[in-house]
Design a protein around this ligand. Structure first.
Ligand code: MG
Length: 235
């Protein structure tokens, strides 16, 4: 049977697949710089702060995904490490910055190009779900602030499920909860290692949204798209 006819549910990753994490995060860090950092040390430029934060945040997220550290540790030290590296860590404002970061970022509405259009196209044709790594409150708020919750029958956040992509458990939990078999599902995500390998671990076909035009050696057999609208040719 043709791929398209077998699919009954379309799962999406959220960050950087539908909701523009890069843009929303960048705008938030600019605000945090304007509200706090420039008063601590006016000689630092915003990009230095943002680059330092991104570096620590990504490293800590990798440790978190691998189960090496807990969420509380990640959230307690990502701003602390950033400020220390910049040599401007004084009193403990890192906890406050982290709260502001999570809340403000998730309130931003910007979506990836053509996200709304492709959701409109798929809506009604398939059941739809989100499988996202992240913290419960923030991930749910993103769906509301960008006004896309209405498209989804199911939302699975790693923090709530207790399993994290690329582990197959979160995908299997999603299938069981939605009542579908792995060959009736397709998963669309931007992160090859986390999303596509993860879905494959659970026997789900992945569509890799390679929006940054990355090259992967020894790539598994998966459909690759550069623009969300390409999904119209597949589903
Ligand atoms: Mg993503």
């Amino acid at each position: 049977m043709e791929f398209k006819n077998r699919v009954k549910i379309v799962y999406f990753d959220l960050d950087n697949t539908l909701w523009d994490f890069h843009k929303n995060e960048y705008l938030t860090l600019q605000e945090i710089y304007d509200d706090h950092i420039k008063y601590i040390d006016k000689y630092y430029r915003p990009c230095e702060f943002i680059n330092a934060f991104d570096e620590y945040n990504e490293r800590l997220w990798e440790d978190y995904r691998q189960g090496k550290i807990k969420k509380e540790v990640l959230r307690a030290i990502r701003f602390k490490n950033t400020l220390e590296a910049m040599g401007i860590y004084k009193d403990d404002i890192s906890g406050q910055l982290d709260e502001e970061f999570v809340t403000r970022t998730s309130m931003k509405p910007y979506l990836v190009d053509n996200a709304k259009e492709i959701l409109d196209y798929l809506y009604g044709k398939y059941k739809m779900g989100i499988i996202t790594n992240g913290f419960k409150d923030g991930q749910h708020r993103k769906l509301d602030s960008s006004n896309i919750r209405k498209y989804f029958d199911y939302v699975f956040v790693s923090d709530e499920v207790g399993a994290i992509k690329p582990s197959k458990e979160i995908f299997e939990y999603a299938l069981t909860s939605s009542g579908f078999l792995n060959d009736e599902a397709v998963f669309i995500g931007d992160d090859y290692k986390v999303d596509i390998i993860g879905a494959n671990n659970a026997g789900i076909n992945g569509i890799w949204f390679n929006r940054l035009d990355e090259t992967i050696n020894d790539k598994i057999d998966c459909i690759e798209i550069k623009n969300l609208l390409d999904i119209k040719n597949i589903l």
